[in-house]
Design a protein. Sequence first.
Length: 482
Amino acid sequence: MAEKEEEAAKIESFLQWAAANLGISDSPPSTIPSEHSTLPRYCLGHSLIVSNFPDAGGRGLAAARDLRKGELILRVPKKALMTSECLMRNDQTLSASIKRHAFLSSTQILTVALLNEVNKGSNSWWSNYLKQLPRSYDTLAGFGPFEIQALQVDDAIWAAEKAVAKAKLEWEEASLVMVDLKLKPTLLNFKAWLWASATISSRTMHIPWDEAGCLCPVGDFFNYAAPAEEPCDHETVGTCTNGTLVQTEGLFDASAQRLTDAGYEEDVAAYCFYASRNYREKEQIFLSYGVYTNLELLEHYGFLLNDNPNDKAFIPLEPAMRSLCSWPKELLYINQDGKPSFALLSAMRLWATPSNKRRSVGHLAYSGKQLSFENEITVIGWIAKKCQDILRNLKTSVEQDKLLLNIIDKIEDSLLPLELEKLPSICGSELYAFLESHDVANGEDFTNLYVSQKSRRSICRWKFAIQWRLSYKRKLLYCSAE
Ligand SMILES: C[S@@+](CC[C@H](N)C(=O)[O-])C[C@H]1O[C@@H](n2cnc3c(N)ncnc32)[C@H](O)[C@@H]1O
């Protein structure tokens, strides 16, 4: 069977199983069939259909008809949620083993429980669900040394190295339990651990009773669209820091509405999904997992958005400048549109004030006020120069990154373009370093490439790294050109 048909058949059998065995439904509750009536063939079709969106997340959910904002579009009953609790309840060996190793975090427990379920193969009650999960992910923890260096910016390289080290440590800690459970050797290795932890990081939804969240069949088909503004109150809306898809406790007021498109509802004992706006038939329906920068999206979900309104380019300040203000460094950045953040402007205004006057104008600077015309000119000039200096010190320019991305697109099609000689040497060396470190075989004339499956994954990650650094540089460029 061709790959596409095989995929479609897998989804079809999964949706039938989800309706019949899990009670998942996209129809109004009044149409839920009683135990004795004929069950619906599929859990979808009334409000949603599974569709492919190559430029916006791949497999996703589309509107089966015109939908109104606020409409309930999917209900996933509690019994359909895959949680550590339910996996342990149904597997005494797992439960006993986890109890013997009480040091594991809730996320490690869910990761072990997921691998333990995969280990059962077709004997797992969840096998229909497991079979349709992605085979691999591009989260930062799976980046190799080449892809990490391709991020170019120190902060991003550090975040990626930290993600890899954290995943390794968590795997080592959990290994004892997995050996205890007698998992197959292929499920004991780091690659399998990366797969399971990326599944959890990119697909779990928040539930009030387990920090690790839950896997929510069908609900985890929604792709992401960024919310446009900062949430009014981080704590109230419960944006997660670990990649768990955002869930809000019930529905909040209008200002928080954009984050209320999904949540576990105790009164109906189900995860409920609502249309966050009006949708036309066949349009992709998105879910807001929360407010994320591109680096955070890459870390937790393994993708990024070319036009992410919540992206930020952090600006490192010299210690002497930092010591003048109390803003944490997370607030010192350039926005997506090239504008400096409130805290960065405020810190710079104070720094550009003669030291004997700082005390008297401190309250104005902290409240976001301009201090004087001259002060503002100095501040804007300093920030623009800082951006130019950062750009100059990075290995490649915006133009070179765009060129490399074009070349990579051709490599993905197994064609190494002839204009290779015209490449600036810095791009050429990055390209050759990639070809050398991967099994990308080429003919004499460099035109026909053999790109293995493993290299394709690595190309994807390399491309994400270049896209990330390009979006970082664009912000600095906009800022320095303002
Ligand atoms: C919760 S799943 C969504 C469904 C997923 N596309 C699937 O095939 O199962 C989250 C994953 O979908 C992909 N994704 C979601 N939104 C995306 C977007 N706007 N652009 C690119 N990839 C996206 C990422 O791989 C992410 O880790």
